[in-house]
Ligand binder design. Structure first.
Ligand code: SF4
Length: 228
């Protein structure tokens, strides 16, 4: 059994152990085995040293290269499309890799950070790094769902039904809360009962359009997540 060690706070830690067959799994096994009492800083040092040492001399092959080849095969000949993470206002840039499936439909293979983006330089936070699941998870809700006031169960609606319902609610709320003249007698023509928030993937044009529509309805409470 092979080991790599580092002397740090609290003594000498075993960095990694490789089983005699030198498999990559045994490397991960060894690292997990030692990690329970080491600090985060030490852990990063340890894994850097362990992988660096074992990748070439102990396992007999370059793990980084093997990982790159595996990744290369997964997205080989895929179409690259650039987009923006939908989750928050940081606006990290992403690359989506797609390839037609046997029916000719685009199949999403992978999403990763765009290294050419000055915003995230190829990185994604854990939330953005799981964006693939937003599109491919079998737990994704693909239809409008409605839960009536006081009800415990959700019901599935068509998009037309849901849009009609939204339009009805907006009209009713606007009629009910419209203020033509304020308490000082000023003509204001505003709606106090509705607020609007825009999502992170709004483009400048969409944000402009949404603001125009909402102001046209008389809304004064507007917020916009996208600031990029
Ligand atoms: S990757 Fe994370 S930080 Fe970047 S936009 Fe998405 S949620 Fe925000």
């Amino acid at each position: 059994m092979k080991t790599a060690t580092l002397t740090g706070r609290g003594g000498t830690w075993v960095a990694a152990k490789a089983r005699p067959n030198g498999s990559a799994t045994s490397l991960a096994y060894g690292v997990i085995e030692m990690a329970s009492t080491v600090s985060r800083q030490d852990f990063l040092k340890l894994t850097g040293i362990g992988i660096g040492a074992l990748a070439f001399s102990e396992l007999g092959f370059d793990l980084a290269k093997a990982t790159a080849i595996k990744r290369e095969l997964r997205i080989a000949n895929a179409t690259e499309s650039r987009s923006i993470c939908p989750y928050c206002a940081v606006g990290c840039s992403m690359i989506a890799y797609t390839r037609p499936d046997t029916n000719g439909q685009p199949q999403l293979l992978q999403i990763e950070g765009d290294p050419d983006s000055p915003v995230n330089e190829g990185r994604l936070c854990p939330k953005g790094a799981t964006a693939l699941q937003l599109a491919s998870s079998n737990r994704r809700v693909e239809h409008p769902m409605y839960r009536a006031p006081g009800a415990t169960a959700w019901q599935q609606l068509t998009w037309d039904d849901m849009l009609d319902k939204l339009a009805r609610r907006i009209k009713d709320s606007r009629d009910r809360t419209f203020v033509a003249v304020d308490k000082k007698g000023n003509l204001v023509n505003r709606v106090d009962g509705i607020a609007f928030t825009g999502g992170a993937t709004f483009s400048s044009e969409e944000g402009y359009f949404a603001a125009k529509v909402m102001r046209g309805l008389g809304l004064v409470y507007l917020e916009q997540q996208a600031r990029v």
